[in-house]
Design a protein around this ligand. Structure first.
Ligand code: TTP
Ligand code: MG
Ligand code: MG
Length: 508
């Protein structure tokens, strides 16, 4: 292991929710929950303000609504998260050719590869500068961990959250890890944790004391040896630059739509097996299982689930694909099915994160990637307003859907650069209201301000307003929308509280 803390781990804070707060000034400092809003929806993430109420990733949305009834509930806007992610990854690549992204909001960087850092001081300076650059370019905060190994860099960034930097001085690793619960180590989920607890092992120190032979006896060779090494803070895994192949997938289109649910299930199993064969042929394993379904009406969904560690086990991929299928309505018939695996890794990494079969069953399948993502293209014929969606009104300019119901849609007119904006309600079929492209979070030279009065021609005459929709959100208390051309990046509050003012954002 190297002797300088020059492995950097970056993870953005409450990523999807922070992007939404940066885009929607009225939500800054408020409880925001992003995820699937349908009956079987799951929380993708919650702002730190919403976490105060106990809301967290992978929780059923219905439970989140019970815990935080006044939070803003929004659908994810993946294209925005992807473009912010690209900006962040580009900043990381300025530091080193060795950047290993783990998900949209997270990556390891080897700072020694191009001499960005060589000791603790240069590493801290680089990390601090990176955080400032991320803030300036994206308007968002990310937390940085610095250590001499990947495992500890990741533990450090976790400790730094939110909006901080933690550096673990080489030599202090074991003392730091010792009192931590075994669950801190990668690859230790609830089942392994329980297993170890029954053997009287709850902390990392106790793992180290138990010795390698005992851990191998308890957990099997691969897992036992890997865990023992980690308990001694030994982790030599190199930072591996992004791979050429990002995913392996197979799909089939059917001449005749499949209606039979059982048959759909069998096809998915068959595709999972075929996908694993391809994966193995390439000598790879992967963490994220993706299911693609195109329905009779050409609406296409992809659902994905991220496991704790990479796998090339056909049973694991089959099970995950079957679980994903459970959340898809296929009643009208299915014309295409696909199964893919992404988040690829070499075989060598697998042992370190080996998953015991028992562990899979009891553990939440998701960890730090972008798993419960439900990417659903709206059916073409429907005009459907979803909370959080970007819109533009001919007279009032850009805004976002705050809620809809009873034939009404409520829109808040604000932009990343404006102050909190006003809410107005329209009929769902209002001809002057249309879906719009997301606006950039930070104003740059390429993106002139979107205010109608400032960038475009004269403001249109405003049409008469409708009364508030019964089911949709809140009357506006913040006064008229302001729209200023500001060069200050949209910033997020540093401190936060559980104060919530806005009402529910969508139908209950
Ligand atoms: P995380 O980095 O795990 O979480 P986070 O950025 O929201 O919060 P923090 O890091 O400050 O604890 O995940 C990054 C994004 O991935 C998250 O914003 C939404 C998405 N995600 C899901 O869709 N489902 C999940 O189960 C998890 C954990 C994340
Ligand atoms: Mg994050
Ligand atoms: Mg993350």
């Amino acid at each position: 292991m190297r002797n300088a803390p020059t492995i950097l781990h970056l993870d953005m804070d409450a990523f999807y929710a922070s992007v939404e707060q940066a885009a929607k000034p009225s939500l800054r400092g408020k409880a925001v929950v992003v995820g699937g809003l349908g009956p079987r929806g799951v929380v993708a993430t919650a702002s730190y303000e919403a976490r105060v109420f106990g809301v967290h990733s992978a929780m059923p949305m219905a439970q989140a609504r019970r815990l935080a009834p006044n939070a803003a509930y929004l659908v994810p806007r993946f294209s925005v998260y992807r473009s912010v992610s690209e900006q962040v990854m580009a900043l990381l690549r300025e530091l080193s050719p060795l950047v290993e992204p783990l998900s949209l909001d997270e990556a390891f960087v080897d700072l020694e590869a191009r001499g960005a850092a060589w000791d603790a001081e240069s590493a801290r300076q680089t990390g601090t500068r990176l955080r400032a650059d991320i803030r300036a370019v994206t308007g968002l905060t990310g937390s940085v961990g610095l250590a001499a190994s990947k495992m500890l860099a990741k533990i450090a960034s976790e400790q730094a959250k939110p909006d901080g930097l933690v550096l673990i001085e080489p030599g202090t690793e074991r003392a730091l890890l010792g009192p931590m619960p075994v669950r801190t180590l990668p690859g230790v989920g609830p089942a392994t944790g329980d297993h170890l607890r029954r053997a009287g092992i709850t902390t990392v120190e106790e793992l180290a004391e138990a010795g390698e032979d005992e851990l191998v006896r308890l957990l099997g060779r691969a897992h036992g040896q890997a865990l023992y090494a980690m308990a001694l803070a030994r982790d030599d895994r190199p930072v591996v630059a992004e791979r050429e192949t990002k995913s392996v997938s197979v799909e089939d289109t059917y001449d005749v739509d499949i209606h039979d649910r059982l048959r759909v299930g069998l096809e998915v199993q068959r595709l999972a097996d075929r996908c694993v064969r391809r994966l193995r042929e390439a000598g790879l394993s992967g963490r994220t299982i993706v299911l693609k379904v195109r329905r009779y009406d050409f609406s296409t969904l992809t659902r994905s689930e991220t496991l704790r560690g990479p796998t090339d086990d056909p049973a694991v991929v089959r099970e995950a694909a079957a679980r994903l299928l459970e959340s898809v309505d296929t009643t009208g018939g299915v014309r295409l099915l696909g199964v893919g695996v992404s988040g690829l890794a070499d075989y060598t990494q697998e042992d370190l994160f080996a998953q015991a079969a028992g562990e899979r069953a009891s553990e939440p399948p998701v960890e730090e990637a972008d798993p419960v993502v439900v990417e659903e293209e709206p059916r073409p014929e429907e005009r459907h307003w979803r909370p959080g969606q970007d819109v533009r009104h001919a007279a009032y300019g850009p805004g976002w859907v705050q809620g809809s119901g009873l034939g009404r849609v409520t829109v808040r007119f604000e932009t990343p650069q404006s102050g909190p904006g006003r809410v107005r309600t329209f009929r769902v079929d209002d001809a002057e209201l249309e879906p719009a492209e997301p606006l950039p979070l930070v104003q740059g030279p390429d993106h002139p301000p979107p205010c109608p009065g400032q960038s475009g021609g004269p403001r249109h005459r405003a049409p008469p307003e409708l009364p508030e929709a019964g089911l949709s959100a809140t009357a506006d208390q913040e006064g008229p929308g302001t729209c200023q051309a500001s060069s200050v990046p949209a910033s997020l509050p540093k401190s936060w509280s559980g104060r919530v003012e806005d009402g529910a954002m969508s139908r209950p």
